[in-house]
Design a protein around this ligand. Structure first.
Ligand code: AMP
Length: 192
């Protein structure tokens, strides 16, 4: 079972991916997490990625496709959850080709539907919680970057909803519901 979690920043993709990893032995492939790891490397590529991310813009397709390619060659366990990837149509095409190379298919693209108004609260809340727990908030979890990230989502990522709908893979869940309810809705799709 291979799925994509689609939705704007703050929709709950990471939270739901976490549940699927724990309960279904799936593998979470978050390009955001991979990029955050790359930026700590101190390499020229890492520094460049950091600047782009902090502005709330998308890094190049080439970089993220390269990151995903490496992971698809590794263990597959209960299947992959693509979290924050693909974010452009070029990435969606690349994903299809990469899965084909591995003899795999995409089962579902699951959209977590939310309203923009709640995203700011969720993201600012996430930053606050991280700091309260003694951590460092994400550099892009502030209102200015968030506006840019939302714009990038609408311009470049939301066309994927039409793309997966046309392919017959799109499923929708109410991302505003309580997180256990969202989890149950996703579970029902996977078990259908
Ligand atoms: P995320 O953790 O998914 O919210 O991603 C954080 C940031 O990493 C995004 O705002 C982008 O700058 C970058 N990023 C993550 N995934 C991708 C992707 N698939 N394509 C381009 N940029 C990405």
């Amino acid at each position: 079972m291979n799925i994509i979690l689609l939705g704007p920043p703050g929709a709950g993709k990471g939270t739901q991916a976490g549940f699927l990893v724990k309960e279904r032995d799936m593998i979470q492939l978050s390009t955001g997490d991979m990029l955050r790891e790359a930026r700590t490397s101190g390499t020229e590529m890492g520094n460049k990625v950091a600047e782009v991310m902090d502005r709330g813009e998308l890094v190049t397709d080439e970089i993220v496709i390269g990151l995903i390619r490496e992971k698809l060659e590794g263990p597959q366990k209960g299947g992959f959850i693509f979290d924050g990837f693909p974010r452009t149509l070029a990435q969606a095409d690349a994903l299809q080709a990469l899965l084909e190379e591995e003899g795999q298919t995409l089962d579902y693209a699951i959209e977590l539907r939310v309203r923009d108004e709640v995203l700011v609260d969720r993201i600012v809340g996430r930053a606050r919680e991280t700091v309260a727990a003694g951590g460092t908030a994400r550099a892009d979890d502030n209102e200015e970057s968030l506006k840019k990230r939302l714009m990038e989502y609408y311009k470049k990522t939301s066309p994927l909803l039409g793309y997966y709908h046309a392919k017959g893979n799109l499923k929708r869940v109410d991302g505003l519901a309580e997180m256990n309810v969202v989890k149950a809705s996703i579970g029902a799709i996977l078990d259908a």
